[in-house]
Ligand binder design. Sequence first.
Ligand code: HEC
Length: 152
Amino acid sequence: MIRSSLLALAAAIAFAGCSSGSGQQAKATPSPRATTAVSAIQNGRLIYLTGKDSRGVQITARPPAMFPRCAACHRANGAGGMKLPGGVVSADLRHKALVAEQKHPYTLALLERAISTGIDDDGEPLNPVMPRWKLSPRDLHDVSLYVLTQLH
Ligand code: HEC
């Protein structure tokens, strides 16, 4: 159903483009939005390093995070190990620590859960210094994918 209505929509748009007269060559080129679209990994990288997604939306947490970006606590390379207030040390997010050395290795779904609810791969709550991030489904997916696949 969805697929057929999408096709109908695409056909309608294509038809509208054709029927609007001559000299419409420019309409065939991709829209600026399409050409600036970023991949999931690129969006995840931006969120991790800068705290802002590809649309410039600042990530937030409840309660508000002490630092507004992942890299501030986990370092750009994910090594973590930073001493934070309350004596807690930021976790190592590199593949070895999150997957290879874990009894219950992190998957994409487990990472999304940890980042958004603070429940770790063993089902235990993380220290509250690790913010409970309130991200859009897309941003949560993308930053989780970045952490899972790009930090070595
Ligand atoms: C204010 C500092 C801070 C920021 C900012 C922060 N974290 Fe954390 N994070 C921590 C601390 C501290 C821990 C370890 C908590 C513990 O030991 O219970 C942690 C743990 C984690 C864990 C669990 C690792 C494990 O071994 O179970 C993941 C995953 C994680 N952080 C991802 C992220 C991501 C992704 C972001 C950005 C969206 C982020 N963190 C931002 C401080 C931070």
